[in-house]
Design a protein around this ligand. Sequence first.
Ligand code: S3P
Length: 446
Amino acid sequence: MSNSSVHAAAPRPLNATRPQGPLTGRVRVPGDKSISHRALMFGALATGRTTITGLLEAEDVLNTAKAVTALGAPASKTGDVWTVIGRGVGGLKQPEAPLDFGNSGTGTRLMMGVVAGHDITVTMTGDASLSRRPMGRVLKPLRQMGLVTQEDRDTLPLTVRGSSHLIPIEYPLPVPSAQVKSAILIAGLMAAGETTVIEKEPTRDHTERMLRYFGARVETRQHDGLTSVTVHGDAELEGRHVVVPGDPSSAAFLICAALLVPGSDVTVEGVLVNETRTGLYTTLQEMGADLSFENEREEGGEPIADIRARYSQLRGVHVPAERAPSMIDEYPVLAAVAGFAKGDTRMDGLAELKVKESDRLAATAAGLLANGVCAGVEGDTLIVHGTGSVPGGAYVATHLDHRIAMAFLTMGLASASPVAVDDTNMIATSFPEFRSLMQRLGASYR
Ligand code: S3P
């Protein structure tokens, strides 16, 4: 069964209720999704063997593993270790069948950057959610570099043709998107000269860090309040060993649940704490959350820590727009938490939430309102009027969006009445262990 058809499977609703007691324990979450995609793709572009431990084995990443395999760089697992046999920069081959990226915007957009630098034609497909998402944001710069699309549209399915003679560009990002930045930088590896991406708000920098680790020349400069990242073309990458740290976007649900359920004390070990990803944790601390970062260390060129969260009385805060890129995937769960805080939480600069796996701004606001939380959207701002408690009791529409499902399944652990979601199948795209890990801490789902 293809991953796209998994999402056509019968919906599996789930109900979250207040557990009998506090949530407690020490757990690990699966590997970071962003780093997992990149490890597979850079391994495919490197010469020799890349080994990866801690790879996230969720549908999104497994689709990327299948894609690199189909492009001639086999990715496989033996024991706990994934191995990718690289083909060298520019050395991938034309796949025999369309590549199905399932639900994954990251897999699709970064792979467009990979394909751009090869003389191959590739058809890319995805599920209903992915087929609605904008690809023009990556296609526009990649077309300037030399990528050609067969169709005259900017949504999947698309057939793209790359070129072994890419033109380097200098590109100011019109949207704060690490996916767009990464697609251009990856294509830039295969261009003749220097390719530069300029960003107003810094986005996650895993591509830059990992490309350097694989041996590419990548320079990051700050100037006039902007960040410029330059990659040198005609690059050579060398196979490496990558250790994937725990995903802070998955840990977010466990941490938030611990903050909401009285008496809880939970530690999530080995979580990535790269500051381009920790906006949620900063915000929770400003709300009064009892969070501590223990055993801070570095693994595979990324900072990690054990994050301990204890039940806390929270207050509403203002989350500034410039923080959005560092917590873009965490707004649904933050909004759920904000319902339990006392006072208003105002989250500015959320335009990008409208083009995620669903329109997350609308889906989050609708879920809050259905559960008796007073919330409103004003332009790109979400305002949640927290009263210290949440009535709950609703059946939430998830719109094929894993993070909407997990956010409301977190809310239901502390609301007065249970909260149900209409489907949980798509949680497997990013965090298949969500339910079992939450239950191990003491959460109650039926
Ligand atoms: C990602 C970047 C973010 C994020 C996504 C993963 C990445 O998207 O929402 O889950 O791995 O680069 P944008 O960069 O498009 O905001």
